[in-house]
Write a protein that binds this ligand. Structure first.
Ligand SMILES: [Zn+2]
Length: 263
């Protein structure tokens, strides 16, 4: 065969190989996308429902009904406290933290390994793992607020959503309503330290830090400051309005005064 013919043959094979690789890549993406799209939902074969809340689990748990009933009641009170309609919710629980982390990395967009429980905006479900109730309850309270915010509060800045979610960890039912059970002192201490270090006029700048800082090493700082600010607003009965309009005019002195009194 002439050299020209050989070159043409080689080019021909290269084109065929490239086309095959493209087909494989497309197939792989479609398959992967399918798994992500389902959120690994097929894994959670054990399902119980109470009112508007589903609890889904990988293996059968004796207290799943209890958790579903509690979550449904809590969500009702949470919606009432913030004056919004109650949404439905799905809570998916893995058997332990290791399996949760592996599942999250594979199935949940934007999942950070260091996260505790999370709310997945992609499928609207809360994800976590079965842990003792003293840890399970506040974590679910936090994530149920994210569910509520996602469905009923479209304009929230991230700090206001996270700060309120931490505040919700402290809300307990009393006489048919949710009331603050006690301040998270370590977080308030940290908020006071930050305000002292950066200056009261820097509150808004600090709160508006980019999303990544909620996950990185400064996570505790930002959660603490956001929580203190949301709690200060709540103590002045201004939180509900802030959540509705998505804006919270607030200054460092207000937060510091609240922190000093609450600790
Ligand atoms: Zn959160």
């Amino acid at each position: 065969m002439a050299p020209n013919g050989q070159r043409r043959k080689r080019i021909g094979w290269a084109v065929v190989t490239l086309a095959l690789l493209l087909v494989i890549a497309v197939l792989a993406t479609v398959t992967l996308g399918d798994v992500v799209g389902r959120g690994g939902g097929e894994l959670f074969t054990y399902r119980v429902r109470s009112g508007d809340v589903w609890v889904e689990s990988v293996s059968r748990r004796d207290n799943a009904e209890q958790v579903a009933a509690w979550a449904d009641g809590y969500l009702t009170l949470l919606a009432a406290r913030f004056g919004v309609a109650k949404p439905g919710a799905v809570i998916r629980l893995l058997d332990n933290e290791t399996r949760y982390a592996a599942f999250g990395r594979q199935n949940l967009p934007g999942f950070g390994g260091a996260m505790q429980f999370c709310y997945a905006r992609s499928d609207g479900a809360v994800y976590g793992w079965w842990c003792p109730s003293e840890r399970l309850t506040p974590r679910l309270q936090h994530e149920l607020f994210h569910r509520l915010a996602h469905r009923t509060m479209p304009r929230l800045p991230l700090w206001l959503e996270e700060g309120t979610a931490v505040l919700v960890e402290t809300l307990q039912a009393k006489d048919g309503k949710l009331a603050v059970s006690g301040p998270l002192v370590k977080r308030l201490d940290q908020a006071a330290r930050l305000l002292d270090e950066h200056g009261l006029d820097k509150l808004t700048t600090l709160l508006d830090s980019p999303q990544a800082t909620f996950i990185g090493p400064q996570g505790f700082d930002l959660y603490s400051l956001s929580y203190a600010t949301a709690a200060a607003l709540d103590s002045q009965d201004r939180l509900q309005t802030a959540l509705r309009v998505g804006v919270a005019p607030v200054d460092g002195q207000t937060v510091l005064t609240f922190v000093s009194r609450a600790r």
